[in-house]
Write a protein that binds this ligand. Structure first.
Ligand SMILES: [Zn+2]
Length: 357
Protein backbone atom coordinates (compact mmCIF):
# COMPACT_ATOMS: atom_id res chain seq x y z
CA UNK A 1 0.00 0.00 0.00
CA UNK A 2 1.22 3.45 -0.84
CA UNK A 3 0.02 6.80 0.41
CA UNK A 4 0.37 10.42 -0.73
CA UNK A 5 3.65 12.24 -0.11
CA UNK A 6 3.57 14.67 2.80
CA UNK A 7 3.64 17.66 0.45
CA UNK A 8 0.33 16.50 -1.09
CA UNK A 9 -1.46 16.86 2.24
CA UNK A 10 -2.06 20.59 2.22
CA UNK A 11 -1.89 22.15 5.67
CA UNK A 12 -4.63 24.78 5.96
CA UNK A 13 -3.74 26.17 9.40
CA UNK A 14 -2.58 29.44 7.79
CA UNK A 15 -6.32 30.16 7.37
CA UNK A 16 -6.56 30.22 11.15
CA UNK A 17 -3.56 32.51 11.62
CA UNK A 18 -2.97 36.25 11.92
CA UNK A 19 -2.34 36.87 8.19
CA UNK A 20 -5.06 38.66 6.16
CA UNK A 21 -7.55 36.13 4.71
CA UNK A 22 -6.69 36.66 1.04
CA UNK A 23 -3.00 36.31 1.79
CA UNK A 24 -3.57 33.09 3.75
CA UNK A 25 -5.70 31.63 0.95
CA UNK A 26 -3.03 32.53 -1.62
CA UNK A 27 -0.37 30.84 0.52
CA UNK A 28 -2.35 27.61 0.80
CA UNK A 29 -3.25 27.60 -2.90
CA UNK A 30 0.35 28.20 -3.99
CA UNK A 31 1.45 25.15 -2.03
CA UNK A 32 -1.41 23.11 -3.52
CA UNK A 33 -0.69 24.17 -7.11
CA UNK A 34 2.94 23.08 -6.76
CA UNK A 35 2.05 19.67 -5.31
CA UNK A 36 -0.77 19.19 -7.84
CA UNK A 37 1.65 19.77 -10.69
CA UNK A 38 4.16 17.37 -9.24
CA UNK A 39 1.85 14.55 -8.12
CA UNK A 40 -1.51 14.92 -9.91
CA UNK A 41 -3.67 15.31 -6.78
CA UNK A 42 -3.74 16.97 -3.36
CA UNK A 43 -5.77 16.81 -0.13
CA UNK A 44 -6.68 20.14 1.49
CA UNK A 45 -6.80 19.27 5.21
CA UNK A 46 -9.73 21.51 6.06
CA UNK A 47 -11.11 18.92 8.49
CA UNK A 48 -8.13 19.40 10.81
CA UNK A 49 -9.26 22.99 11.43
CA UNK A 50 -12.31 21.60 13.28
CA UNK A 51 -14.63 24.24 11.85
CA UNK A 52 -18.35 23.62 11.45
CA UNK A 53 -19.85 22.20 8.27
CA UNK A 54 -21.03 25.46 6.69
CA UNK A 55 -17.76 27.26 7.27
CA UNK A 56 -15.72 24.25 6.06
CA UNK A 57 -17.80 23.97 2.89
CA UNK A 58 -17.48 27.69 2.25
CA UNK A 59 -13.70 27.45 2.61
CA UNK A 60 -13.60 24.46 0.23
CA UNK A 61 -15.43 26.53 -2.40
CA UNK A 62 -13.15 29.52 -1.83
CA UNK A 63 -10.00 27.41 -2.10
CA UNK A 64 -11.22 25.76 -5.32
CA UNK A 65 -12.08 29.15 -6.82
CA UNK A 66 -8.68 30.56 -5.82
CA UNK A 67 -6.95 27.48 -7.24
CA UNK A 68 -8.84 28.01 -10.49
CA UNK A 69 -7.47 31.57 -10.71
CA UNK A 70 -3.98 30.29 -9.97
CA UNK A 71 -4.19 27.49 -12.58
CA UNK A 72 -5.45 29.94 -15.21
CA UNK A 73 -2.53 32.22 -14.39
CA UNK A 74 -0.28 29.18 -14.92
CA UNK A 75 -1.78 28.40 -18.35
CA UNK A 76 -5.19 26.73 -17.92
CA UNK A 77 -7.95 28.04 -20.25
CA UNK A 78 -9.58 31.24 -18.99
CA UNK A 79 -13.03 29.79 -19.77
CA UNK A 80 -12.50 27.07 -17.14
CA UNK A 81 -15.11 27.48 -14.40
CA UNK A 82 -16.05 25.95 -11.06
CA UNK A 83 -18.94 23.49 -11.24
CA UNK A 84 -20.44 22.54 -7.86
CA UNK A 85 -22.60 19.47 -8.51
CA UNK A 86 -25.25 17.85 -6.32
CA UNK A 87 -24.11 15.86 -3.29
CA UNK A 88 -23.49 12.18 -4.05
CA UNK A 89 -24.33 9.46 -1.53
CA UNK A 90 -22.65 6.05 -1.65
CA UNK A 91 -25.18 3.48 -2.86
CA UNK A 92 -24.26 0.13 -1.38
CA UNK A 93 -26.08 -2.96 -2.72
CA UNK A 94 -28.12 -5.11 -0.35
CA UNK A 95 -26.14 -7.38 1.91
CA UNK A 96 -22.93 -5.43 1.31
CA UNK A 97 -21.35 -3.08 3.78
CA UNK A 98 -19.29 -0.95 1.43
CA UNK A 99 -18.82 0.15 -2.17
CA UNK A 100 -15.62 0.16 -4.20
CA UNK A 101 -15.21 2.00 -7.51
CA UNK A 102 -12.61 0.96 -10.09
CA UNK A 103 -10.31 3.51 -11.80
CA UNK A 104 -12.06 6.06 -14.00
CA UNK A 105 -12.15 9.69 -15.10
CA UNK A 106 -15.12 11.65 -13.70
CA UNK A 107 -17.71 12.17 -16.43
CA UNK A 108 -15.82 9.75 -18.65
CA UNK A 109 -18.36 10.02 -21.50
CA UNK A 110 -17.02 13.55 -22.17
CA UNK A 111 -13.85 13.79 -20.06
CA UNK A 112 -10.81 11.66 -20.86
CA UNK A 113 -7.22 12.22 -21.86
CA UNK A 114 -6.61 12.87 -25.56
CA UNK A 115 -3.63 14.25 -27.49
CA UNK A 116 -3.13 17.98 -27.79
CA UNK A 117 -3.10 19.17 -31.39
CA UNK A 118 0.43 20.35 -30.58
CA UNK A 119 1.41 16.67 -30.09
CA UNK A 120 -0.77 15.20 -32.84
CA UNK A 121 -1.93 17.71 -35.51
CA UNK A 122 -4.10 15.01 -37.09
CA UNK A 123 -6.21 14.57 -33.96
CA UNK A 124 -9.91 15.41 -34.35
CA UNK A 125 -11.04 17.46 -31.28
CA UNK A 126 -14.66 16.35 -31.77
CA UNK A 127 -13.53 12.90 -30.54
CA UNK A 128 -13.16 14.39 -27.05
CA UNK A 129 -16.86 13.71 -26.48
CA UNK A 130 -17.69 10.03 -26.63
CA UNK A 131 -21.44 10.42 -26.27
CA UNK A 132 -24.08 12.81 -24.98
CA UNK A 133 -26.30 10.15 -23.45
CA UNK A 134 -26.09 7.56 -20.70
CA UNK A 135 -24.03 9.52 -18.19
CA UNK A 136 -24.58 9.97 -14.47
CA UNK A 137 -22.61 13.14 -13.69
CA UNK A 138 -22.82 16.27 -15.84
CA UNK A 139 -21.87 17.00 -19.43
CA UNK A 140 -19.09 19.64 -19.20
CA UNK A 141 -15.52 18.49 -19.81
CA UNK A 142 -13.86 18.06 -16.42
CA UNK A 143 -10.21 19.16 -16.31
CA UNK A 144 -9.86 18.84 -12.54
CA UNK A 145 -12.15 16.86 -10.25
CA UNK A 146 -12.59 17.71 -6.61
CA UNK A 147 -14.71 16.33 -3.77
CA UNK A 148 -15.65 17.91 -0.46
CA UNK A 149 -16.11 15.16 2.13
CA UNK A 150 -19.44 16.16 3.72
CA UNK A 151 -19.49 12.86 5.62
CA UNK A 152 -16.81 10.12 5.62
CA UNK A 153 -19.37 7.35 6.27
CA UNK A 154 -19.06 4.05 8.11
CA UNK A 155 -16.45 2.41 5.86
CA UNK A 156 -13.12 3.70 4.62
CA UNK A 157 -13.02 7.29 3.40
CA UNK A 158 -10.28 6.49 0.91
CA UNK A 159 -9.93 7.79 -2.65
CA UNK A 160 -7.58 5.79 -4.87
CA UNK A 161 -5.43 7.50 -7.52
CA UNK A 162 -3.55 6.03 -10.50
CA UNK A 163 -1.09 7.96 -12.65
CA UNK A 164 -2.65 7.50 -16.09
CA UNK A 165 0.34 9.07 -17.91
CA UNK A 166 2.69 6.55 -16.33
CA UNK A 167 0.34 3.65 -17.08
CA UNK A 168 0.02 4.68 -20.75
CA UNK A 169 3.80 5.00 -21.13
CA UNK A 170 4.36 1.62 -19.48
CA UNK A 171 1.72 -0.19 -21.55
CA UNK A 172 2.92 1.30 -24.83
CA UNK A 173 6.47 0.25 -23.96
CA UNK A 174 5.27 -3.24 -22.99
CA UNK A 175 3.49 -3.78 -26.28
CA UNK A 176 6.63 -3.10 -28.26
CA UNK A 177 4.62 -3.03 -31.47
CA UNK A 178 4.03 0.69 -31.68
CA UNK A 179 7.18 1.61 -33.62
CA UNK A 180 8.12 5.22 -32.99
CA UNK A 181 4.56 6.32 -32.20
CA UNK A 182 4.51 8.84 -29.35
CA UNK A 183 2.24 8.01 -26.40
CA UNK A 184 -0.32 10.72 -27.38
CA UNK A 185 -0.53 9.34 -30.93
CA UNK A 186 -0.79 5.78 -29.64
CA UNK A 187 -3.63 6.79 -27.31
CA UNK A 188 -5.28 8.64 -30.23
CA UNK A 189 -5.25 5.44 -32.24
CA UNK A 190 -6.84 3.51 -29.37
CA UNK A 191 -9.57 6.13 -28.95
CA UNK A 192 -10.35 6.13 -32.68
CA UNK A 193 -10.60 2.32 -32.49
CA UNK A 194 -12.97 2.71 -29.50
CA UNK A 195 -15.22 4.97 -31.56
CA UNK A 196 -15.22 2.40 -34.37
CA UNK A 197 -16.19 -0.29 -31.84
CA UNK A 198 -19.02 1.91 -30.60
CA UNK A 199 -20.53 1.97 -34.06
CA UNK A 200 -20.63 -1.83 -33.89
CA UNK A 201 -21.74 -2.34 -30.27
CA UNK A 202 -23.63 0.85 -29.41
CA UNK A 203 -21.70 1.53 -26.19
CA UNK A 204 -22.02 5.09 -24.85
CA UNK A 205 -19.05 4.97 -22.51
CA UNK A 206 -15.33 4.62 -23.34
CA UNK A 207 -13.54 1.88 -21.40
CA UNK A 208 -10.08 1.38 -19.91
CA UNK A 209 -9.83 -1.68 -22.19
CA UNK A 210 -10.36 0.56 -25.21
CA UNK A 211 -7.92 3.23 -24.01
CA UNK A 212 -5.26 0.54 -23.58
CA UNK A 213 -5.78 -0.72 -27.12
CA UNK A 214 -7.47 -4.04 -26.41
CA UNK A 215 -9.56 -5.42 -29.23
CA UNK A 216 -11.90 -7.88 -27.51
CA UNK A 217 -15.37 -6.53 -28.24
CA UNK A 218 -16.88 -7.78 -24.97
CA UNK A 219 -14.35 -5.72 -22.99
CA UNK A 220 -14.64 -2.62 -25.19
CA UNK A 221 -18.42 -2.62 -24.82
CA UNK A 222 -18.60 -3.20 -21.05
CA UNK A 223 -17.93 -0.33 -18.63
CA UNK A 224 -16.61 -1.67 -15.31
CA UNK A 225 -17.01 0.60 -12.30
CA UNK A 226 -19.08 -0.67 -9.34
CA UNK A 227 -17.34 -3.71 -7.81
CA UNK A 228 -20.28 -4.87 -5.71
CA UNK A 229 -22.84 -5.00 -8.53
CA UNK A 230 -23.20 -8.09 -10.68
CA UNK A 231 -22.74 -7.82 -14.43
CA UNK A 232 -26.11 -7.36 -16.11
CA UNK A 233 -27.55 -10.62 -17.41
CA UNK A 234 -28.24 -8.97 -20.77
CA UNK A 235 -24.55 -8.14 -21.18
CA UNK A 236 -23.55 -11.75 -20.46
CA UNK A 237 -26.23 -12.92 -22.86
CA UNK A 238 -24.78 -10.75 -25.57
CA UNK A 239 -21.13 -11.55 -24.83
CA UNK A 240 -20.97 -15.14 -23.47
CA UNK A 241 -17.21 -14.73 -22.98
CA UNK A 242 -18.04 -12.54 -19.97
CA UNK A 243 -19.51 -15.58 -18.19
CA UNK A 244 -16.11 -17.24 -17.93
CA UNK A 245 -14.18 -13.99 -17.42
CA UNK A 246 -16.47 -13.05 -14.53
CA UNK A 247 -16.21 -16.48 -12.91
CA UNK A 248 -12.44 -16.74 -12.58
CA UNK A 249 -9.75 -14.07 -12.61
CA UNK A 250 -5.98 -14.20 -13.25
CA UNK A 251 -4.97 -13.34 -9.66
CA UNK A 252 -7.53 -15.72 -8.17
CA UNK A 253 -8.37 -13.27 -5.37
CA UNK A 254 -10.87 -10.81 -6.86
CA UNK A 255 -14.32 -10.70 -5.30
CA UNK A 256 -17.32 -10.03 -7.53
CA UNK A 257 -17.94 -10.29 -11.25
CA UNK A 258 -17.00 -6.72 -12.16
CA UNK A 259 -13.67 -6.85 -10.34
CA UNK A 260 -12.84 -10.24 -11.88
CA UNK A 261 -13.49 -9.01 -15.41
CA UNK A 262 -11.37 -5.92 -14.69
CA UNK A 263 -8.57 -8.24 -13.50
CA UNK A 264 -8.61 -9.70 -17.03
CA UNK A 265 -8.52 -6.16 -18.50
CA UNK A 266 -5.38 -5.18 -16.57
CA UNK A 267 -3.78 -8.55 -17.29
CA UNK A 268 -4.42 -8.35 -21.02
CA UNK A 269 -3.81 -4.61 -21.21
CA UNK A 270 -0.92 -4.01 -18.86
CA UNK A 271 0.50 -7.48 -18.20
CA UNK A 272 -0.41 -7.16 -14.51
CA UNK A 273 -3.34 -8.79 -12.76
CA UNK A 274 -5.50 -6.48 -10.64
CA UNK A 275 -3.54 -7.23 -7.45
CA UNK A 276 -0.22 -6.52 -9.19
CA UNK A 277 -1.64 -3.46 -10.93
CA UNK A 278 -2.73 -2.02 -7.58
CA UNK A 279 0.66 -2.72 -6.03
CA UNK A 280 2.37 -0.88 -8.85
CA UNK A 281 0.11 2.09 -9.43
CA UNK A 282 -2.42 2.62 -6.64
CA UNK A 283 -2.04 5.50 -4.18
CA UNK A 284 -4.51 5.53 -1.26
CA UNK A 285 -5.60 8.99 -0.14
CA UNK A 286 -7.45 8.93 3.18
CA UNK A 287 -9.69 11.88 3.98
CA UNK A 288 -11.45 13.03 7.12
CA UNK A 289 -14.72 14.90 7.44
CA UNK A 290 -14.66 18.27 5.60
CA UNK A 291 -11.41 17.63 3.71
CA UNK A 292 -11.25 18.65 0.06
CA UNK A 293 -9.55 16.32 -2.42
CA UNK A 294 -8.65 17.69 -5.83
CA UNK A 295 -6.87 15.98 -8.72
CA UNK A 296 -6.15 16.11 -12.44
CA UNK A 297 -9.13 14.44 -14.08
CA UNK A 298 -7.44 13.68 -17.40
CA UNK A 299 -3.87 12.65 -16.55
CA UNK A 300 -5.01 10.67 -13.49
CA UNK A 301 -7.60 7.98 -12.90
CA UNK A 302 -9.25 7.72 -9.51
CA UNK A 303 -11.59 5.35 -7.70
CA UNK A 304 -13.10 4.79 -4.26
CA UNK A 305 -12.15 2.07 -1.79
CA UNK A 306 -14.68 0.44 0.53
CA UNK A 307 -16.87 3.49 1.18
CA UNK A 308 -19.76 3.00 3.61
CA UNK A 309 -23.38 3.88 2.81
CA UNK A 310 -23.22 7.07 4.87
CA UNK A 311 -20.36 8.56 2.88
CA UNK A 312 -21.47 11.77 1.18
CA UNK A 313 -19.27 13.71 -1.22
CA UNK A 314 -19.93 17.03 -2.92
CA UNK A 315 -18.24 17.37 -6.33
CA UNK A 316 -16.34 20.59 -6.98
CA UNK A 317 -14.90 20.34 -10.48
CA UNK A 318 -13.07 22.78 -12.75
CA UNK A 319 -14.69 22.34 -16.14
CA UNK A 320 -14.96 23.64 -19.70
CA UNK A 321 -17.99 23.59 -22.00
CA UNK A 322 -15.88 23.17 -25.14
CA UNK A 323 -12.59 21.24 -24.90
CA UNK A 324 -10.94 22.86 -27.88
CA UNK A 325 -9.22 26.05 -28.99
CA UNK A 326 -5.63 27.31 -28.65
CA UNK A 327 -5.72 27.78 -24.85
CA UNK A 328 -7.00 24.23 -24.27
CA UNK A 329 -4.49 22.69 -26.69
CA UNK A 330 -1.63 24.55 -25.04
CA UNK A 331 -2.76 23.56 -21.52
CA UNK A 332 -3.22 19.91 -22.56
CA UNK A 333 0.23 19.89 -24.19
CA UNK A 334 1.63 20.96 -20.82
CA UNK A 335 -0.40 18.37 -18.89
CA UNK A 336 1.16 15.58 -20.94
CA UNK A 337 4.48 16.83 -19.55
CA UNK A 338 3.56 16.56 -15.89
CA UNK A 339 6.32 14.76 -13.99
CA UNK A 340 5.66 11.06 -13.51
CA UNK A 341 7.48 8.30 -11.73
CA UNK A 342 7.61 7.09 -8.17
CA UNK A 343 7.37 10.56 -6.69
CA UNK A 344 4.39 9.57 -4.60
CA UNK A 345 5.82 6.25 -3.43
CA UNK A 346 7.86 7.54 -0.54
CA UNK A 347 8.81 11.01 0.54
CA UNK A 348 12.55 11.45 0.59
CA UNK A 349 13.26 8.91 -2.12
CA UNK A 350 11.29 10.72 -4.79
CA UNK A 351 12.27 9.94 -8.32
CA UNK A 352 10.70 12.57 -10.53
CA UNK A 353 11.46 12.80 -14.21
CA UNK A 354 10.14 15.13 -16.83
CA UNK A 355 9.24 12.59 -19.46
CA UNK A 356 9.44 13.69 -23.07
CA UNK A 357 6.49 12.10 -24.73
ZN1 LIG B 1 -8.06 -10.96 -9.82
Amino acid sequence: MRFPATEQLIDCTALNGPAPWDQAVAEVVTEAATALRRHGFVVFRIGALRWDEDRSRDVAHQLTAALRTRLVRDGAPGEMYLEADAAQPTPVPDARQVRTLLPHHDGQHSSYLTPSLLDDPEWDPTLRTFSDTGYTTTHPHKLYQGIFIAHPGEGLSVTTYYDWLRILDDVKELRGDTGDLSTPRWLARNIRDSFAATRRNGSAYPTVAGFLGLTEEALLATPLLHCERPLAEAVKERFPLLRSLSTRCPCGECQGEVRRVFCHVTTLGAGLNWREFRERYEILAPSERFDLLLGDNLTMHHGGLAGGPGRVIEPLCLVLDEPRGPAYESWLHGMWRRPTGDATAAAGSARVAEVAR
